[in-house]
Ligand binder design. Structure first.
Ligand code: AMP
Ligand code: MG
Length: 361
């Protein structure tokens, strides 16, 4: 079975062709970084227009590279949310059009499920249930993955996502966009112990995360240094980047340790800790998690960095997992801006209450 996967939830326009053995026949991606760089972050309207401009060509390139025709496809999987709604619509509508034209099954995929199942694409030993740390530009969650479509959320962020914190701190330091890789490069030249930054929620009960206080602390630190020395020297930037990255890793390890305790109640021995999402590309975080997995006697599985950030292959693969179970969707499936993996999970403590005008976040 061969599936076309289409991804357009944020600022990557991507299409991939994957078969049911997990062979990636084509994986084409166009990052919109240059479209948004000037603004220091993703502009939703520009993202949607850019997907519209490039998606058809990217799909045709993927089909050509895989050397197959639309008739040979077993199904079309397209991200149907969560994400920037205009961006999601472009990919989903294109997927629907191809599926309807060639009378193929449509899999309207939850983008987060794409990330969640991605480790099974390259590591066949990852079996259910596994513990998932999903860390990206828009999300931060610890979940037990019990099966396709079966997720139990143990914790989430009560404010910002870690990728967003990386991007914001990089912006404050003038390191450019996207911030994650820029911070990582700068951090190599800095000392992680130069500045003691807060590690929000570390040591507290539970598995939730918080990053906004850390962001504010970096902002205040920069102001303090500027008042003292007039300007931020290069070495200051490296040291702040390194200290910030260190604080993020400390929080991640602490919260994941708590989640491991809960996971051990459903999987007493063996098992897998799986990490996905763009921030999982961070080598310092990968190193820290390797240490934790070793100490906790659990196998660690992190996809290659190119499969951690948004891509079409993870969408095609999750589509295959769903197709194998006969889980397909109607051509009238509506795109969703919000779409939690575990709809039963309550709002985390400290996130505030929904206002009269509706739900926050
Ligand atoms: P995603 O939302 O999964 O596409 O991931 C994008 C986010 O991951 C952005 O916020 C990036 O700044 C972040 N990111 C990408 N590479 C790294 C890295 N090496 N270290 C930390 N964050 C990263
Ligand atoms: Mg993502």
């Amino acid at each position: 079975m061969i599936v076309l996967g289409i991804e357009s939830s944020c600022d990557e326009t991507a299409a991939a062709i994957v078969n049911s053995e997990g062979k990636i026949l084509a994986n084409i991606l166009r990052s919109q970084i240059s479209d948004h760089q000037l603004y220091g972050g993703v502009v939703p309207e520009i993202a949607a227009r850019s997907h519209l401009e490039h998606l058809d060509r990217i799909i045709f390139t993927a089909m050509e590279k895989a050397d197959i025709s639309f008739n040979q496809l077993g199904g079309i999987a397209a991200t149907a949310g969560p994400g920037l709604i205009g961006a999601v619509m472009v990919g989903l509508m294109t997927g629907k059009a191809i599926a309807a034209t060639f009378q193929k099954p449509l899999i309207a995929l939850n983008h987060l499920e794409g990330h969640a199942l991605s480790p099974r694409l390259t590591d066949k030993e990852v079996t259910f249930p596994y513990l998932l740390l999903l860390v990206s530009g828009g999300h931060c969650q610890l979940l037990i993955v019990n099966g396709v479509g079966k997720y139990e959320r143990l914790g989430t962020t009560i404010d910002d996502a870690p990728g967003e914190a990386f991007d914001k701190v990089a912006k404050l330091l003038g390191l450019g966009y996207p911030g994650g890789p820029a911070i990582e490069r700068a951090a190599i030249l800095g000392n992680p112990k130069s500045f003691k930054l807060p590690t929000p929620l570390k040591g507290r009960k539970g598995c939730d995360f918080s990053f906004s206080g850390l962001k504010t602390a970096v902002y205040q630190l920069i102001q303090k240094i500027k008042v003292k020395t007039g300007e931020l020297e290069e070495q200051h930037k490296f040291d702040i980047a390194s200290s910030f990255q260190h604080a993020v890793c400390e929080v991640m390890i602490n919260r994941t340790t708590h989640a491991l305790d809960k996971y051990r109640k459903v999987c007493q021995i063996g098992g897998h800790l799986v990490v996905a999402g763009g921030v999982a590309a961070n080598s310092e975080l990968r190193k820290s998690l390797k240490g934790l997995a070793h100490e906790s006697n659990i196998r660690l599985s992190i996809p290659h960095p190119s499969l951690c950030t948004d891509n079409g292959a993870m969408i095609a693969w999750a589509g295959i997992e769903r197709l194998k179970l006969g889980l397909v969707d109607g051509y009238d499936f509506a795109p969703k801006a919000r779409w939690p993996l575990d709809p039963k999970a309550g709002r985390p403590l400290g996130m505030g209450k929904p206002g009269k005008l509706g739900m926050k976040a």
